[in-house]
Ligand binder design. Structure first.
Ligand code: ZN
Length: 304
């Protein structure tokens, strides 16, 4: 029995998607992607990250991009940040309405991904949420490598629950569970989402899946069943993480919209417009993107 008949989708293609592309995408194309995302229904969009441009050159144009975004009262632009310096950069822009902070479950991944131990990353994430709140903006915390670490292997559920509880003390707008390397399976997702929801009281839980081993969509469905409020998705299935070996893209926005809407879960996204945007993105990236729905015939078929 579904616990949710509505699921919010955060479009993360402009950040998580483009960060893992070898090509540096022109800033104007990024702005166009975001404009199209608003067109197909996205109301929370992870637009960029404010991190060291030498480490992530694909997103070195953060301030320039953000200045180009349409001003919309009904759209929240999210900027990913890893530390105080990043938070200050993001808050200095008028357009970023929400800071996304990331903590990690393992010390090895943390040191390689962001130069922080697990404990340091959690403390930094809590500080980022506090800075966002002081500035009158939103703040949320993602627990990365919640379903497994590329270096340390299995992550104990108790550890994720403990981190979620501590993260909730910072009073973020939500806690996210991220399968950074795409190792999670539906049974694990059901258990983790259910247990974390209990642990964080009324805070909404968001989920973030990479489709590295083909379990991405099944994981989304398992998360819906346990009452996750929000899911991240990337147009065309772009995405990955340059610091996680063998990482593949996020679950594709159009695939998630198709699955949820046909399953009776409203997303507010328009599927034909999402597919049209994915077609445009494939042309802009000059390659076939991994999403499946945008490469399949429309269903139900048009009678005209
Ligand atoms: Zn990711």
């Amino acid at each position: 029995m579904l616990k949710n008949l509505r699921m919010e989708i955060v479009e993360v293609g402009p950040r998580d998607g483009l960060q893992n592309e070898a090509a540096i995408v022109p800033t104007a194309d990024k702005a166009e992607l975001i404009r199209r995302a608003i067109g197909y229904g996205a109301r929370r969009i992870e637009v960029t990250s404010f991190v060291n441009p030498r480490k992530v050159p694909q997103l070195a144009d953060a301030e320039e991009l953000v200045a180009m975004l349409p001003e919309r009262d009904d759209v929240t632009y999210i900027g990913l940040v890893l530390n105080r310096r990043g938070a200050e950069r993001a808050l200095a822009t008028g357009q970023i309405g929400e800071l996304g902070a990331v903590c990690v479950t393992s010390d090895t991944f943390g040191m390689r991904n962001q130069g922080q131990t697990s404990a340091e990353s959690l403390a930094a994430a809590m500080e980022i949420v506090a800075l966002a709140s002081e500035a009158g903006r939103g703040g949320q915390i993602t627990i990365a490598t919640a379903f497994g670490c590329p270096f340390e292997g299995e992550v104990a559920l108790a550890r994720v629950i403990e981190m979620a509880k501590r993260a909730a003390d910072a009073n973020p707008r939500e806690i996210a569970l991220a399968d950074t390397i795409g190792v999670g399976v539906p049974a694990q997702v059901s258990e983790m989402v259910g247990r974390v929801r209990e642990a964080v009281g009324g805070l909404p839980v968001r989920v973030h899946f990479h489709n590295t081993r083909g379990s991405g969509l099944a994981n989304v469905w398992a998360a819906v069943g346990e009452g996750a409020a929000t899911v991240d998705a990337s147009l065309g299935g772009l995405g990955g993480c340059p610091f996680a070996p063998g990482a593949a893209g996020n679950v594709a926005t159009e695939d998630v919209v198709y699955m949820l809407e046909r399953g009776g879960v409203a997303t507010g996204f328009d599927l034909p417009e999402t597919v049209e945007a994915a077609d445009w993105l494939g042309r802009a990236m000059d390659r076939t993107l991994p999403a499946m729905v945008s490469r399949a015939p429309a269903f139900p078929p048009s009678l005209s």
